[in-house]
Design a protein around this ligand. Structure first.
Ligand code: ADP
Length: 240
């Protein structure tokens, strides 16, 4: 069973068509990049995946649960890192984690155990006692990723998770999230930056609300720079 499947998904803002007939399924335990230029529809897609928006067009299934019919079951399988940070700066890393665990109905020793486990996965365990305000941008992002894993989701969604980070922090986050996928987590990573994508990753190219291609990066680029292929595809709007 695939962790996340989209079938014929559509969404409009009034007369503006943002997504049109979007279908793809993520392979379990893979890093899939949702690659699209600004305005492609990535944020709209994330809003639908997290039920911030709802649509009557098409279907989203998470770990076998239709998000429209069983929203709680479906959402319990999803971890999300939004583009805008949503951390409480004056709480410690550990408190932020426990607060989030409580939102998922996890408390006490179990919450502490899961917080520790999630922070360890992101190499953040030694910072548990620090306040978030004292962390640099890269560590804050890592913390948000750790937090998104506390309820042990099957799918991790990240919307342009490296925005505003310096080069080294960006590289670290990209490497960490690839490690999570290698450990069995299904990852959907929205980006417009081709250098965040490894050859072995799956790539869904989204442009003007349509899926132009879905393949591994190596297959898509066929020995050429991925940037060239991406620019070509999104300039012409043709399917590869
Ligand atoms: P991306 O995240 O890939 O940059 P978005 O999902 O934000 O793309 O936008 C997809 C399309 O929908 C764009 O053409 C954008 O201008 C339009 N759009 C996004 N939000 C709104 C809105 N609130 N009202 C009208 N149009 C919108």
């Amino acid at each position: 069973m695939t962790a996340l499947e989209l079938v014929d998904l559509g969404y409009s803002y009034g007369a503006k068509r943002a997504l049109d007939g979007v279908s793809f399924a993520l392979r379990p335990g893979r890093f899939t990049a949702l690659l699209g230029p600004n305005g492609a529809g990535k944020s709209t897609l994330f809003s639908l995946l997290t039920r911030l928006f709802v649509t009557k067009e098409g279907r989203i299934t998470v770990a076998g649960h239709d998000i429209a019919k069983e929203p709680r079951a479906a959402l319990s399988k999803i971890g999300v890192v939004f583009q805008q940070p949503t951390l409480d700066l004056d709480m410690s890393v550990a408190m932020n984690m426990r607060y989030f665990a409580a939102l998922h109905g996890i408390s006490g020793r179990e919450a502490a155990r899961r917080a520790q486990e999630a922070l360890e996965r992101l190499g953040m365990a030694e910072r548990a006692g620090e306040t978030v305000r004292g962390l640099n941008g890269g560590h804050r992002r890592r913390m948000e990723i750790a937090r998104a894993l506390i309820h042990r989701p099957e799918v991790l969604l990240l919307d342009e998770a490296t925005v505003g980070l310096d080069f080294k922090s960006r590289q670290d986050i990209v490497a960490h999230v690839h490690e999570l996928a290698a450990g069995g987590l299904t990852v959907l990573w929205a980006t417009h930056l081709v250098d965040e994508i490894h050859d072995s990753d799956d790539v869904v190219v989204l442009h003007r609300g349509h899926v132009l291609a879905h393949d591994t990066a190596a297959e898509l680029r066929k020995g050429r720079p991925l940037a060239d292929v991406f620019i070509e595809m999104t300039a012409t709007g043709e399917t590869a």
